[in-house]
Design a protein around this ligand. Structure first.
Ligand SMILES: [Zn+2]
Length: 306
């Protein structure tokens, strides 16, 4: 209700976006004038140099032909659903004529779920690789048909799980695992892994590497935090997305899951919405050609609906 009141009109959405882009007031991108501008529809018009700039130019909403209000509603819906939404769900809620549009919007917004220059995890972090997709269990150290290998890093804070990071890798060799850990975990942190040789180089990279020894009472649950997050992630992929995620798109779904997981305790849905829209302004336009493999993903989703 509150959301609909705030963003009841196109004008309301434009001025909200404008306030986020130019919190201290409009600055002409061409002549840097801060005075003498008018706003007409979604255009700012500099009276000094006659330059016109759209509120959406250079943002994720660049060149959109749909009302901004619909985008706002999409972002609100996506952030207010605890487990996220499928393209079909979004299409229904927004009343979009085309499934492809809903699919495209979701993919574009997933790009905005990664904060540019986000920090790495620190403290005590559990790291392990998991397989996503495919029919049969894969063999460690090499790829398996239809499967994608993902390295999971889970921060331990006393008594519970902290934040997470994920990274897709080609295989479980040290040459793949080390850069993955480096991109997710701050050097100097305690990194807990099992005894897999792919992690042997971590000490040299500056980590306090602790290998959890295999003992009878631990069984296969050497890394309980990673195992817990892996189970939740797999359930999410199967539930919300019906297991229909193509390997070529998986990285973006992992970003979405990470975005949601790391804000799972945040009480305010409004804050999540604010975060998403701010990052949508920061990341800039996402071109249609950047959303690779569209046909494939759609075909698979459609098949599972029959
Ligand atoms: Zn100007």
């Amino acid at each position: 209700m509150e959301f609909r009141e705030w963003f009841a009109t196109e004008e309301g959405c434009w001025s909200y976006l404008a306030k986020l882009r130019w919190p201290d007031g409009f600055v002409c991108p061409r002549c840097q004038a801060t005075e003498g501008w008018t706003m007409r529809r979604r255009l700012y018009w500099c009276q000094r140099c006659d330059y016109q700039v759209s509120v959406t130019a250079g943002t994720l909403f660049h060149d959109t032909h749909k009302p901004l209000r619909l985008w706002f509603e999409a972002m609100w819906y996506i952030t207010s659903q605890k487990f996220g939404v499928s393209a079909l769900g979004l299409q229904r809620v927004l009343g979009l004529g085309s499934y492809h549009t809903a699919w495209k919007w979701l993919h574009k917004l997933r790009r905005a779920m990664v904060r540019p220059g986000r920090d790495r995890l620190s403290g005590v972090v559990e790291v392990d690789e998991i397989f996503i997709g495919g029919e049969r269990p894969g063999k460690r150290g090499r790829g398996a048909a239809g499967k994608t290998l993902v390295v999971l890093a889970v921060q331990e804070v006393p008594g519970r799980i902290g934040r997470i990071r994920m990274c897709q890798v080609a295989d479980a060799a040290g040459e793949s695992l080390e850069p993955a850990v480096w991109s997710m975990v701050e050097p100097g942190s305690v990194v807990r892994t099992d005894g897999w040789r792919g992690y042997n180089g971590l000490t040299e990279l500056g980590y306090d590497h602790k290998v959890v020894p295999k003992t009878a009472d631990l069984g296969d649950n050497l890394l309980p935090l990673v195992n817990r997050v892996a189970a939740l992630l797999k359930r999410w992929l199967l539930g919300t997305h019906q297991g229909a995620v193509e390997p070529s798109h998986l990285a973006y779904y992992l970003d979405e899951y990470t975005f949601r997981f790391n804000r799972r305790t945040s009480q305010s849905r409004g804050l999540l919405f604010y975060r998403l829209i701010s990052q949508a302004i920061d990341i800039g336009p996402v071109l249609e050609t950047d959303l690779k493999g569209t046909g494939e993903g759609r075909a698979k989703v459609k098949k599972s609906q029959e």
